[in-house]
Design a protein around this ligand. Structure first.
Ligand code: SF4
Length: 385
């Protein structure tokens, strides 16, 4: 295993472009791609577009032209994560156990807990991160639906993140001896492939993702910014418990780049959920110490290892120092994420019609046996050095 020099795995970055080109050229392989929320607000920078330009439609078009057999959106599985993790939260609150529940979408953060706070491993949500959920569904649900041999399916994730490359290889993230995700490419690697293919990115038309694993809501896209997972979860948990369709769903307390943010949500049953959000591992450590010392009590904690969340992940386009001096890159990309959320016709995960259908026809209900088999995982204590 790699030495714990960099908790987000940036020092072990390995390019996977060649392997992906090889899979795309193999007629036996059915190669499926999915893209994380933060990629769509940064990829354009590699083609000279201003920081914070949204290129969701062009990105889908480029992926199709690269030859992927299906172009899906990790955002679908982000909605699914909210269903699974929201249910997990409500169950733990009811039983009063393993609180605070801590999010598990960020492999840099998960590995940080495994190394430095192993006594809190049980507090991590057992949900796989969204792209791992999507990979598992592609191989063990979609392949059968499409009549494709799952052994020939290759799942490629486009991520803003280098830690996801490590995560993709974790043996816990597999079913029937098939890794959920075969290759992880960063935003930069995708840009390189588009350039190698001679595609004129800026001239591409806007295209849609394929379905059913490409449909998502505004709640899913905000996973790309710090506080987004928390906000998405609160939107759903409140509605599900109240039986209402709350109109005011912008939880601004958990937005922005304050190191540690706190919010309280009073539920219709009178119970209050105490939430905290941290980004960057320095803030995460501070938060964990507050929790361990008993100085603070929370029910639900979101942590993202990168400052600002995935929008500034290690796999995103590199912005030179001169530009950084004039533009707040984190803020511009995050603004694009929240604009994308606002423009979505559906902004709550539990209202995603394809997620609803997936439960009806395949998973049963959130946290069901089938859902646990495919969408949940476990963690291991790791040595510090
Ligand atoms: Fe990866 Fe950083 Fe996002 Fe964590 S916050 S998932 S390390 S890009």
């Amino acid at each position: 295993q790699c030495i714990m020099a960099c908790p987000v795995g940036a020092l072990t970055e390995k390019e996977n472009i060649k392997e992906v080109w090889k899979a795309l050229a193999d007629p036996e392989k059915f190669v499926v791609v999915q893209t994380a929320p933060a990629v769509r607000v940064a990829l354009g920078e590699e083609f000279g577009m201003p920081i914070g330009t949204r290129v969701t439609g062009k990105m889908a078009a480029a992926l199709r032209r690269l030859g992927f057999d299906k172009v899906f959106d990790t955002d679908f599985a982000a909605d699914l994560t909210i269903m699974e993790e929201g249910t997990e939260l409500l169950t733990r609150l009811e039983k009063g156990e393993r609180l605070p529940l801590m999010t598990s979408c960020c492999p840099g953060w998960v590995k940080f807990v495994e190394h430095f706070y192993p006594e809190l491993i049980d507090n991590l949500s057992t949900c796989k991160s969204p792209h791992e959920m999507e990979g598992a569904l592609i191989k063990h649900y979609l392949a059968e639906k499409l009549g494709v041999d799952k052994k020939n399916v290759v799942v490629v994730s486009i991520m803003p993140c280098v830690a996801k490359k490590f995560e993709g290889q974790r043996e816990e993230l597999s079913n029937e001896n098939l890794q959920d995700v075969d290759y992880v490419l960063t935003t930069r690697e995708l840009a390189q492939m588009i350039k190698e293919a001679g595609i004129d990115f800026t001239k591409l038309p806007d295209e849609e993702f394929d379905n059913p694993l490409g449909e998502s809501t505004g709640a899913a896209v905000i996973f790309g910014a710090t506080g987004g997972v928390m906000e998405a979860a609160l939107r759903t948990v409140y509605d599900l418990l109240s039986g209402q369709d709350l109109e005011s769903i912008d939880y601004v307390q958990v937005r922005g780049t304050t190191g540690i943010k706190e919010a309280e949500l009073t539920l219709p049953n009178g119970k209050t959920i105490r939430a905290a959000v941290a980004h960057g591992l320095g803030n995460a450590r501070q938060l964990m110490e507050l929790v361990k010392s008993g100085e603070k009590h929370y029910d639900f904690i979101e942590v993202m290892a990168c400052p600002g969340g995935c929008v500034t992940g290690g796999g995103q386009p590199i912005v030179d120092a001169r530009t950084q001096a004039c533009i707040d890159v984190k803020a511009e990309r995050a603004k694009a994420i929240y604009d994308e959320d606002k423009d979505m016709p559906i902004r709550k995960s539990h209202k995603n019609p394809y997620v609803i259908r997936l439960y009806e026809e395949f998973l049963g209900k959130p946290n069901s046996h089938k859902a646990h088999e495919l969408l949940h995982t476990h963690y291991v204590k790791r040595d510090r050095f």
